[in-house]
Ligand binder design. Structure first.
Ligand SMILES: C[S@@+](CC[C@H](N)C(=O)[O-])C[C@H]1O[C@@H](n2cnc3c(N)ncnc32)[C@H](O)[C@@H]1O
Length: 282
């Protein structure tokens, strides 16, 4: 028999399908990715040690989606910290909508500054370490929140595990490369996934699980498909800054877009992966 989805998570899925198009631009891709990977992430959350009636802290919680999933699946309280007050407003409205009682709360805080008092059963953090310039400092702060015997669950990207076939035109690949270099500036180490195990262990955590979680698409892809439009738009938005930093020229960007668009339709195979790590706190 199929397992019943907790009502809060059915609401969450409906909210995600509706909201990703109207979310602040920086969060649209995140919501879409979050919806697409819901099943495997929830299975991962369920596989964690029990924290029933305990406390989990979600560092860099953003709109609080994973915080809601954890509260629903692990029957615990979750406090989400984020430095962005605007995204926490969105997290609060989602919290009202899902109505999981007082289970989920949020606080404006910089996770690199906020010292914990060792009261949590676990810390989780998803897609945050890519923005953290100093991973040892991050893990040191993480440890201050968790009681001995608790655990730390981290997920983040690693673009080294990205496969695309057919390969996009070279003008497009060059533009994406320039975009990745631009991202390294305001944050966004797209290869952070592979660095997490070592940084966590050096901070004194015990690594008990590492998984490469693939997200695969294979099928006919048209130029007007959402993911294609999205890939173009997310670069389009920051092209003026990229030009200013000498990372791309306007002509190169126009050529990249037109060659990329002209490469469709075709059968596409795209596989990308995130790393999921579980550490125990001695
Ligand atoms: C890509 S979003 C991920 C949000 C959420 N964890 C999720 O998976 O949906 C990254 C979040 O990390 C937050 N963030 C980055 N650095 C931070 C810091 N030093 N302190 C607090 N929040 C931070 C950002 O404000 C943003 O909401």
């Amino acid at each position: 028999m199929e397992k019943a989805i907790p009502p809060a998570l059915s609401w969450l899925d409906q909210w995600l399908s509706r909201s990703w198009t109207t979310a602040p631009a920086d969060y649209q891709w995140l919501l879409l990715q979050t919806l697409a990977t819901a099943a495997s992430r929830r299975a991962w959350i369920e596989s964690w040690p029990s924290v029933a009636d305990g406390l989990v802290i979600d560092l860099g919680c953003g709109p609080g989606i994973m915080a809601q999933e954890i509260a629903a699946l692990k029957s615990c309280r979750v406090v989400g910290y984020d430095r962005d007050a605007v995204i926490l407003d969105m997290a609060q409205s989602l919290n009202h909508l899902l109505d999981q009682g007082a289970a989920v709360r949020f606080r404006v805080a910089d996770v690199l500054e906020e010292e914990g008092n060792g009261e949590a059963n676990a810390v989780v953090s998803r897609f945050v370490t890519q923005y953290i310039p100093d991973l040892s400092r991050f893990f040191r702060q993480v440890k201050t929140h968790v009681a001995p015997g608790g655990f730390v669950a981290i997920e983040d990207v690693d673009d080294g595990y990205l496969i695309e076939y057919p390969e996009p035109p070279s003008a497009w690949k060059a533009a994406v490369g320039a975009f990745q270099r631009y991202q390294q500036g305001p944050g966004g180490d797209r290869f952070v996934g592979r660095k997490l195990a070592e940084a966590g262990v050096q901070a004194g955590l015990r690594l008990v699980g590492v998984a490469l979680n693939p997200s695969v698409y294979a099928g006919q892809m048209e130029m007007q498909d959402v993911t294609v439009q999205f890939d173009i738009e997310r670069i389009d938005r920051v092209v003026p800054q990229m030009i200013q930093q000498g990372l791309i020229t306007e002509q190169a960007w126009i050529l990249a877009k037109s060659e990329y668009r002209a490469s469709f339709p075709h059968f596409s195979y795209v596989s990308s992966a995130t790393m999921r790590l579980l550490f125990l706190v001695p």
